[in-house]
Ligand binder design. Structure first.
Ligand code: NAP
Ligand code: MG
Length: 480
């Protein structure tokens, strides 16, 4: 029971200037889609936000044709310096419209406004600024002098960081001289459509970026399109596998950013206060809808009880509710489908004998919600220790020695990220060296920077986004 209750502090929606209906963004303008329109709703109250067009195969074809024309006639003819100017302009417009984008993102996705305002949107701008700086320096990317762009990139992104994933895809593609057709996720198309307006404001030549909304079928049409030179996908491992099959045997270049089941390893000498905050940030940030979430806590046996007790205390102070409220820590689950999956896996966790504890939150009547949850007594063979739950659910396992921690951490089909908490620098280096994960954080978690490459091993996919490495996915060297 808290002594002080917070008064509601909702961010105003007045800044939004939404249309009732959004078409597809093809060749620099909005046009109707041939498929049946669908609604984007707010997962916090299930209310309708806007009607969204569905791109058919013919619409995808038109978008790819527009991207091809733009590539041949304008974009591939511009100097890197001129491409950079457009990217800088986009970055500045994102900053100017930051509050509007943050409100739209929280409304459509359900994530707390303090996350979209302080993390997602600033990172979106940072990504465009960073790659704007690369556009005229491609000779230094490590592919020799004069690396060449690939052509048309077909990109498909998920719903957990809608605008940030769009930035991760579009910024390096354009900097490297490619044109783009991108498909946002069905439940979160809104920020991409506002971004389309930003592209018009930035006077980006028509057809350089095309945005096709719709469901999985639209994404499938895009990645299979014969005139696409490069496919970039972020999403689930099963869909990634399907895309890899569809692309196999073509000369399309492919990068896949898929799921994860990251170990967050806490040694007994760790700074416990920071570790508690890091564990919370690792798995409850964005309701756990994070591919690199620290969803498996590996805690040294000697500090297990202390860590779990303090975690429960900390989780009891988190505020769950209206994503637009500035005091909200835990927002809504993105969709009913995702909520069902989280519930199902949690039920299986209990059935398998793990011990469930959920924070005592008041769950709003409408919308999709799941209280922050911890499972203790988890065995490595349990589904909740193996499957990606993609929700605010932490599975706690224990270890005695560093060797055991490493073995348990690597005991997963995934390999996207990991965390290490310890006072000893030498231990950080020794453990990190043996973890099979693309990104490893030490005494912190979920930190992102555009200059730092991000990507996985094994079933977490292949290719890197971010940094110089992120450019390589969109370039071919003089020799290749
Ligand atoms: P998903 O079902 O794979 O969907 C991802 C995107 O692919 C969506 O736009 C989806 O459209 C589209 N899609 C669905 N079926 C397709 C098909 N057959 N061909 C082409 N596109 C298709 O994944 P999700 O549930 O949205 O996202 C959660 C997953 O993404 C998690 O596993 C998470 O770990 C992963 N993720 C990974 C990273 C990373 O960087 N590694 C980052 C974020 C998320 P619809 O939305 O219309 O279904
Ligand atoms: Mg939505």
């Amino acid at each position: 029971m808290s002594f002080l209750e917070y008064a509601p502090a909702p961010e105003s929606r007045a800044i939004l200037n939404l249309r009732d209906e959004y078409g597809l963004f093809i060749d620099g303008e909005f046009r109707p889609g041939g498929g049946e329109s669908f609604a984007s709703i707010s997962p916090a109250d299930e209310k309708h936000i806007a009607t969204i067009a569905t791109a058919t195969d013919a619409d995808v074809d038109a978008a790819v044709a527009a991207a091809r024309r733009a590539y041949d006639k304008t974009w591939s003819k511009l100097s890197g310096r001129d491409r950079g100017k457009y990217l800088f302009r986009i970055a500045r417009l994102v900053q100017e419209r930051a509050r509007e984008l943050a409100v739209a993102e929280s409304l459509d996705n359900g994530k707390p406004i303090k996350e979209s305002r302080d993390v997602d949107v600033p990172l979106v701008a940072a990504w465009f600024f960073y790659y704007a700086g690369w556009a005229d320096k491609l000779d230094y990317a490590g592919l020799g002098a004069n690396p060449r762009s690939l052509g048309v990139a077909g990109q498909v992104i998920p719903w957990n960081f809608p605008l940030l994933m769009l930035a991760w895809k579009i910024a390096p593609a354009l900097a490297a001289g490619n044109t783009v057709v991108i498909k946002p996720a069905e439940t979160t198309p809104l920020s991409a459509l506002i971004f389309a307006e930003i592209l018009q404001q930035a006077d980006l030549p028509r057809g350089v970026v095309n945005i096709v909304t719709g469901a999985g079928a639209t994404g499938a049409a895009l990645v299979r399109h014969p005139d696409v030179n490069k496919v970039a996908f972020t999403g689930s491992t099963p869909v990634g596998r399907e895309i890899a099959k569809a692309v196999a045997g073509t000369d399309k270049k492919l990068t896949l950013e898929l799921g994860g089941k990251a170990a967050n390893i806490v040694f007994e000498d760790a700074p416990i206060d920071q570790a508690i905050e890091g564990i919370v940030n690792g798995i409850f940030f964005n309701q756990g809808h994070v591919c690199c979430a620290g969803s498996r806590l590996l805690v040294q046996e000697s500090v297990h009880d202390e860590v779990v007790d303090r975690l429960k205390q900390r989780l009891s102070t988190l505020r769950l509710g209206d994503p637009l409220d500035k005091n909200t820590d835990i927002g809504a689950i993105n969709s009913r489908e995702q909520l069902d999956r989280i519930r199902e896996l949690s039920r299986i966790g209990e059935e398998e004998g793990a011990v469930r504890w959920s924070a005592d939150c008041v769950i709003p009547e409408n919308g999709f919600w799941f209280a922050p949850t911890i499972f203790t007594n988890v065995q490595a063979s349990h589904r909740i220790a193996r499957d990606e739950i993609f929700g605010p659910v932490l599975s706690v396992l224990t270890f005695r020695t560093p060797g055991e921690a490493i073995e348990k951490a690597n005991n997963t089909p995934y390999g996207l990220s990991a965390g290490i908490w310890t006072d000893k620098g030498s231990r950080i280096l020794a453990v990190a060296d043996r973890l099979r994960a693309g990104v490893i954080w030490a005494n912190t978690f979920n930190r992102f920077d555009p200059s730092s490459p991000f990507g996985g091993y094994k079933e977490s996919g292949y290719g890197r986004e971010g940094g110089r490495h992120g450019l390589l996915a969109y370039l071919k060297g003089a020799a290749s």
